[in-house]
Design a protein around this ligand. Structure first.
Ligand SMILES: *Cc1c(COP(=O)(O)O)cnc(C)c1O
Length: 366
């Protein structure tokens, strides 16, 4: 029998119903700042380009089917994250952030929330349940963390944080709704950068917030409408198109990543390999419990920066600072100041046929 994901994916692919003869199968790109708006504005589904757009609706509808929750889309992952932080937090509030999560979220809190009277604490993802959640208005989870690939138990964090009256948001970028379902595990809000696997071709930035709490999502939608951080219709169309092949791509990427992690782990050129799917990885037990797949990211430590750069020069690895694309890519995160060893490489495995990719990697490993 088809599982829940199968049903959601099939439903997403056939979400555009009510078509008339001659209508395009794919949703149109609708560039519009103004709409025909006679008489009572409330009688029109579209009023002004900062409030609504049919191309956003198509992308949001597809994402909402995958998330099993209403979605508000944004022009980047960070715009989605900023929307949640600014709508949930007030002067005097405290937020708990992962010390090893996406750096820009911490930078945003430090530079712009601090001066507004919102304080934050940092905690390592691996120890996220230790120390409790008393006194936090918002608890921010990122699992697996980027770039270290540590995990924490979302259901346990949500239960403990809710018991202290905190709201729980999960940055689900590394997993997508096909790899991990934080709302089903008790989170109040999910944010994600669709810039990564959902877009999937290194050609678009996009983000979204999903929530089953109407008041929380209404606030996020008002933030977008009033703050003006709106996605472009072409970007929304690209993400809609990407979502239609996400399952196929993510399946290949995750299968490739698991096999490459296994091979790198026993290769003499590597010092250590992190991937939640490896049986001896510290993340493996929780990953098995809460993730449907183990993701497309691998952490590989080489002896030093030079050895790492030689690997990144592999002819089928793109040196770049994003992940989740059809093209395998990698970078040394220490070049951005992340708290990792100089020889630590975050490897994002793409959709290349496995043996061609591995052959190229073996050559680069010397
Ligand atoms: C890339 C990323 C973001 C930010 O997304 P942008 O689209 O670049 O703004 C946020 N969180 C995580 C975990 C990411 O990897």
């Amino acid at each position: 029998m088809a599982n829940g994901d199968d049903e959601r994916i099939a439903r997403m692919l056939h979400a555009r119903d009510g078509l008339a003869p001659g209508d395009p199968i794919a949703p149109p790109i609708v560039p519009a700042s103004a709409y025909h708006l006679p008489g009572d504005p409330a009688a029109s589904p579209f009023q002004y380009g900062r409030f609504h757009n049919p191309s956003w609706d198509a992308a949001e509808h597809a994402l909402a089917i995958l998330e099993d929750a209403p979605v508000v889309s944004f022009p980047s992952g960070m715009a989605a994250i900023a929307a949640v932080l600014h709508t949930r937090l007030r002067a005097g509030d405290k937020v708990l952030l992962p010390s090893d999560g996406y750096y820009t979220t911490r930078a945003l809190a430090e530079k712009f929330l601090g001066p507004l009277g919102v304080s934050f604490d940092l905690r390592a993802t691996r120890d996220f349940l230790e120390g409790g959640f008393k006194g936090y208005r918002l608890v921010w989870v990122e699992t697996p963390s980027n770039p270290g690939l540590d995990v924490c138990d979302i259901a346990a964090v949500a239960a403990a944080a809710h018991a202290e009256g905190a709201v729980v948001a999960v940055d689900n970028t590394t997993m997508t709704p096909l790899g991990q379902r934080p709302l089903d595990l008790g989170a109040d809000l999910v944010v994600a950068a669709d810039t990564k696997a959902p877009g999937g071709h290194a050609d678009v930035l996009f983000g979204h917030v999903a929530s089953r709490d109407k008041a929380m999502l209404d606030a996020v939608r008002d933030w977008r409408k009033l703050g003006g951080a709106i996605p472009g219709p072409f970007e929304a169309w690209l993400v809609h198109r990407g979502l239609e092949t996400l399952e196929l791509r993510f399946e290949r990427m995750c299968a490739n990543a698991l096999e490459i992690a296994r091979r790198l782990a026993v290769h003499k050129a590597t010092r250590s390999v992190r991937h939640p799917g490896l049986g001896n990885d510290p993340s493996n037990a929780i990953a098995r419990k809460q993730m449907a797949k183990f993701g497309s990211l691998i952490g590989v430590e080489f002896a030093d920066a030079d050895a790492a750069e030689r690997f990144i020069a592999c002819r089928y690895v793109r040196p770049s600072t994003s992940f989740g694309s059809v093209h395998t890519s990698a970078e040394r995160r220490a070049r951005w100041g992340d708290a990792v060893a100089p020889g630590y490489v975050r490897l994002s495995v793409g959709c290349e046929p496995l043996e061609a990719l591995w052959k190229a990697m073996e050559e680069a490993l010397g």
